[in-house]
Ligand binder design. Structure first.
Ligand SMILES: *Cc1c(COP(=O)(O)O)cnc(C)c1O
Length: 459
């Protein structure tokens, strides 16, 4: 007589009985007891579901295998390295800027032991953490002073809270941008306690619009770089010089949120010009903010440069303490900034090496990849393609590249399998082929990428 569902359910062991099993009790010794209990409950739940939907109760060994697999999955880190073959250089979802070898070494050293983070070695007394990157940043940008916070979103929030809380900030309607990840200028403004005064229209704003909006309550005039979109056609925005002149005439601050803040001129690589912090300062901006991990190519940080008096006021503002960065970030930022001072940025900073990569070098890599993949019986071809900067920098701008395209039955299924592979690789799908751009693949990742493609190709 076949067992009823109730009989099957009764056959399942209790959690306690499972924990008595020697394999399970060994797991509970090696890992957190609570984790093993949770896995036992989950394995039993899954077995119950199987029975209720008409299946058989699993054999005891299978139940324990399932429990063990659940424990082993739970102790895997969720944040893992990924190979970026998309050709999007500053890929925000993939962690933005990879770091230079020197930057990684400096971060490692800072993490390993103690440091003079807030200790003046000459005086033998308490020092300031702000000095570590400040001298380098001011030298590179020509600013009087600099302050580093957690990211550029924090930098913008801090500036608005410190100088415009309870007051008005004038901003063009063409610059009410959403950066992504929920960072929308009007909402940041509201959160900081400042009141946004919108002027002009979506496409055209003149300096006279700002002048007309000035009141006793105005604290600052702001410009936000339209990082991730481009407006073309019948458009106008006043020059930063005009904005700064108007602000200074009224004793107000002129603040420029640059977003990326390139320290090198992107025109040298056939791209449009990405505004540089040194230019904003020269144009008269009192405070300029930008990210550490976009075109700077450093760890995540927000950098504020400007007049000494203004930066000093920010350093004393209480919110600054909540947004400060740690020793590891300072060490990494310092090491990356040093590459610029040593004129070696395009040789050492990965994102700049990627931007500067020549068509010949990319073609040579793509040709080598395609040959290896063809030897593995894949239909691989070298094609002309476009890489992009990403990270909300230089929208619409592309760098011509040479990529490998492989024709497979289902490009989507192939890409999905590549993402499930260890290490996961992320590719692009174009014209029904899976495309791999060597520009964003680091030299030490090549072999793992190709081995992954070969293995998925055999599935
Ligand atoms: C990217 C960006 C930000 C946010 O910078 P994070 O470093 O990502 O916090 C703010 N403003 C502009 C204009 C940006 O492009």
């Amino acid at each position: 007589m076949p067992m009823t569902t109730q009989d099957q359910l009764r056959q399942l062991p209790s959690v306690d009985a499972l924990l008595q099993n020697h394999t399970v009790s060994a797991l509970a010794q090696r890992y957190s007891h609570a984790l093993v209990v949770e896995a036992a409950r989950a394995a039993l739940d899954a077995a119950r579901q199987t029975i209720l939907s008409g299946g058989d109760a699993p054999q005891p060994e299978l139940l324990i295998d399932d429990l063990r697999a659940r424990v082993e999955r739970a102790v895997q880190p969720s944040l893992v390295p990924v190979i970026n073959a998309t050709g999007v250089i500053i890929h925000t979802n993939l962690g933005r800027a990879p770091l230079s070898a020197e930057t990684i070494a400096a971060m490692n050293l800072a993490a390993q032991g103690y440091s003079n983070l807030e200790y003046d070695l000459a005086a033998g007394e308490r020092g300031s953490r702000h000095i570590h990157a400040e001298a380098l940043i001011t030298r590179l940008t020509g600013a009087e002073a600099a302050l580093v916070v957690n990211n550029n979103a924090a930098a913008v929030m801090l500036i608005l809270a410190a100088f415009a809380r309870g007051k008005q900030v004038i901003l063009s309607r063409g610059q009410l941008v959403e950066i992504g990840g929920g960072f929308r200028i009007p909402e940041v403004m509201q959160q900081s306690g400042a009141t946004l005064v919108e002027v002009g229209t979506t496409n055209r704003t003149y300096i006279a619009d700002y002048a007309r909006a000035l009141t006793e309550q105005t604290a600052l005039l702001m410009r936000v770089h339209s990082s991730n979109f481009r407006m073309i056609g019948f458009t106008h925005q006043p020059a930063l010089e005009e904005l700064a002149a108007l602000a200074h005439e009224k004793n107000l601050l002129c603040v420029d949120d640059l977003g990326s803040g390139a320290l090198l001129d992107t025109r040298a690589y056939g791209l449009a010009h990405e505004p540089m912090p040194q230019e904003s300062l020269a144009a008269g901006a009192d405070l300029v903010s930008f990210s550490g991990d976009k075109l700077l190519g450093a760890p995540q940080a927000g950098i504020i440069v400007g007049k000494k008096e203004t930066i000093d006021a920010l350093k004393k503002y209480p919110l600054t303490r909540a947004l400060r960065v740690d020793k590891v970030t300072f060490a990494g930022l310092q090491a990356t900034l040093l590459h610029y001072l040593k004129n070696e940025a395009t040789k050492k900073i990965p994102i700049w090496t990627m931007i500067a990569a020549t068509r010949e070098s990319l073609d040579a890599r793509a040709t080598k990849w395609a040959a290896r993949l063809r030897a593995a019986k894949l239909d691989a071809q070298v094609i002309d393609a476009e890489s992009t900067i990403g990270g909300g920098s230089l929208p619409g701008e592309t760098l011509p590249t040479r990529a490998v395209a492989i024709a497979v039955a289902s490009p989507d299924a192939f890409a999905t399998r590549l993402r499930a592979h260890a290490p996961p690789s992320i590719a692009r799908i174009e014209e029904n082929r899976v495309v791999f751009d060597p520009r964003t693949v680091l030299a030490n990742e090549e072999d793992a990428l190709l081995a992954g493609i070969e293995r998925v190709g055999k599935m």
